[in-house]
Design a protein around this ligand. Structure first.
Ligand SMILES: [Fe+2]
Ligand SMILES: [Fe+2]
Ligand SMILES: [Fe+2]
Length: 314
């Protein structure tokens, strides 16, 4: 993938994307041992997982920016917080949601997502960006559509190998990371900005899902499949998400990045998670209610830690 000189989106960390369903690999088991989760709880878990995946990927970029500005403590704070979002919040929500199934189920879910992105979402976004005069975005969306078609084909082959034992698991793609520069958006049309935001949420979610599928493959002794999932995950985050972030102007000065993170964490802590927890409790999804309530408290701590870090900046 090529690099583009780029500029910024002003949407916050927590703008939730409308797009593909999260892509649950298997039937949802009764997570609290009582009854299957209510559909509202499932939808809320999907929304939460999108937010956590997006937080992980954007905080990783904010950590890089803090390092560039010679702020190692802020870099560590963003890295540590990103890790909590992915390894705790996303992972716990994914477990409750039943995101990860058997290897074949996970591949089918991945194939469905790649098909949607390569045949529908990205071609539409490319066409719209071109109509709106955002040619760099049109070009990037077109390139990513072609990458997603390759992911789709590789996962199809892998599924065939897993199902029949015939043929091999394709080698993982090689990654050429995009180094994101802080700056303003490089796109103009409101529609392009919205599409970039949707695409970035999709890429962040794909990264989080594929790393979880890779862990499952490793646990099943399927090392080649784990490498394919991990390698593809790296493309989603370090090329696609990063390339889109560059155009969207996601990364600014560390002070601005902290402010954006605080706004997102406060929304999650005060509004989103308490609302989801209350809703889950009201419908009898008590295990989910407990988890969502715990996460709300964690997000409040993240917001405070980011505020302390911002106060310490000169
Ligand atoms: Fe979180
Ligand atoms: Fe992909
Ligand atoms: Fe992607």
């Amino acid at each position: 993938m090529k690099l583009y000189p780029m500029r910024a989106l002003t949407t916050g960390v927590l703008v939730l994307a409308i797009g593909m369903p999260v892509g649950v690999a298997s039937a949802v088991a009764p997570a609290d041992g009582m009854h299957p989760l209510r559909s509202r709880t499932l939808t809320d878990l999907d929304t939460a997982m999108r937010g956590e995946a997006y937080a992980y990927s954007s905080y990783s970029l904010f950590a890089d920016q803090a390092a560039k500005q010679g702020l190692p403590a802020v870099k560590d704070l963003f890295r540590r917080t990103a890790k909590t979002e992915l390894d705790e919040h996303f992972t716990e929500e994914a477990a409750m949601r039943g995101l990860v199934g058997g290897d074949a189920d996970n591949l089918r879910a991945a194939i469905e997502g790649e098909r949607y992105e390569s045949l529908s979402m990205y071609p539409t976004f490319a066409k719209q960006a071109k109509q709106d005069g955002d040619s760099a975005a049109a070009e990037l969306f077109g390139e990513i559509a072609r990458d997603e078609a390759k992911h789709h084909a590789a996962f199809e082959k892998a599924l065939e190998a897993v199902r029949t034992g015939k043929g091999g698991i394709p080698a993982p793609p090689s990654v050429q990371p995009v180094s994101v520069q802080a700056g303003m958006p490089k796109v103009h049309a409101a529609r392009t900005k919205q599409n970039l935001d949707t695409a970035m949420h999709g890429e962040a979610l794909a990264y989080a899902k594929y790393t979880h599928y890779a862990k499952a493959a490793t646990a099943h002794g399927k090392q080649a499949l784990a490498r394919l999932f991990n390698g593809t995950a790296e493309i989603e985050r370090r090329e696609h998400f990063a390339g889109e972030a560059q155009l969207a102007g996601t990364v600014r000065s560390t002070r601005e990045n902290l402010t954006k993170a605080i706004t997102g964490e406060q929304y999650e802590a005060r509004s989103m998670y308490p609302g989801f927890a209350q809703q889950a409790k009201a419908t009898g999804d008590s295990g989910a209610a407990e988890l969502l309530g715990e996460i709300a408290r964690d997000e409040a701590k993240h917001a405070r830690a980011f505020e302390v870090a911002r106060d310490k900046l000169r």
